[in-house]
Design a protein around this ligand. Structure first.
Ligand SMILES: Nc1ncnc2c1ncn2[C@@H]1O[C@H](COP(=O)(O)OP(=O)(O)OP(=O)(O)O)[C@@H](O)[C@H]1O
Ligand SMILES: [Mg+2]
Length: 229
């Protein structure tokens, strides 16, 4: 299948933190295989290592053991520059707090990832950014600053920003944690729709069983390992 070559394959991932006493084992043995178009939720108790796992897959943190690859890309074998490109091009990160820059407009925030490397066609990137803002229902808010947007609107800008480079892997850590029920449902629906349209892999970490159950694939992080539902 066309999309299979962009699969996410995780094998035996482990993460420990050194402490004055015994090391703190957060991830023990995480195995996972997802193909393009897959959408999975991860639940688990607070402190079970959900954010740690997302940060490792997004190459914001290093594991202590194990391997993973996204298609042909193996972040654990990359140089610092290679990692920066991997993060920028292949990963879209959405956090609980939108992480928008307050001094930039909605459109500028969506374009921000493209500033890291001079885009081949700046006009095309701008068109894509405007198209994404339109897609998330904010075409008429393009020149608003984050402070001039509601919480749900900010999170929709953050989703548009995460998608600007058509990333193979979308990682969302409690993306609706700060929103009321109605906004949370809207943002979650939008995220799932866009993920399907873009045929990316989506992993959403959440405490909400209701949000978790909207995803075709569901896993729980228990005792340092992923158990599929
Ligand atoms: N830099 C660090 N140094 C030491 N321990 C850490 C570090 N970062 C996280 N931890 C520990 O690792 C464990 C897992 O943290 P993590 O943030 O991944 O949990 P989580 O499942 O996302 O929790 P929550 O649902 O509360 O967000 C926690 O016990 C935390 O204290
Ligand atoms: Mg967390």
């Amino acid at each position: 299948m066309a999309g299979q070559d962009q699969a996410l394959i995780v094998k035996g991932l482990g993460k420990q933190y050194a402490t004055p006493g015994e090391p703190l084992v957060v991830l023990r043995n995480v195995d996972l295989e997802l193909n393009r178009g897959d959408a999975m939720s991860i639940t688990g108790p607070s402190g079970s290592g959900k954010s740690t796992l997302l940060y490792i897959l997004g190459s914001l943190e290093q594991p202590t053991s194990g391997t993973f690859r996204l298609g042909e890309q193996e972040p654990l074998k990359m140089s610092a520059e290679g990692l920066a490109v991997y993060r920028n091009r292949s990963i879209g990160f959405i956090f609980q707090d939108h992480h928008l820059l307050p001094q930039l407009t909605a459109l500028q925030n969506v374009l921000l990832p493209s500033l890291a490397s001079a885009p081949a066609d700046p006009a095309e990137v701008k068109k894509r950014a405007q198209g994404l803002l339109d897609r998330v229902g904010l075409a008429d808010r393009a020149t608003h600053l984050p402070a001039e947007l509601s919480g749900g609107e900010r999170q929709r800008v953050a989703i548009a920003r995460a998608l600007i480079h058509r990333p193979a892997l979308l990682l969302a850590d409690e993306p609706t944690g700060n929103l009321d029920r109605k906004r949370a449902d809207e943002v979650s629906s939008l995220l799932l729709e866009l993920q399907r349209e873009e045929n990316s892999i989506l992993i959403v970490v959440t405490h909400s069983m209701e949000l978790a159950e909207r995803h075709p694939l569901r896993a729980e992080l228990i005792d340092g390992a992923l158990e599929m539902d």
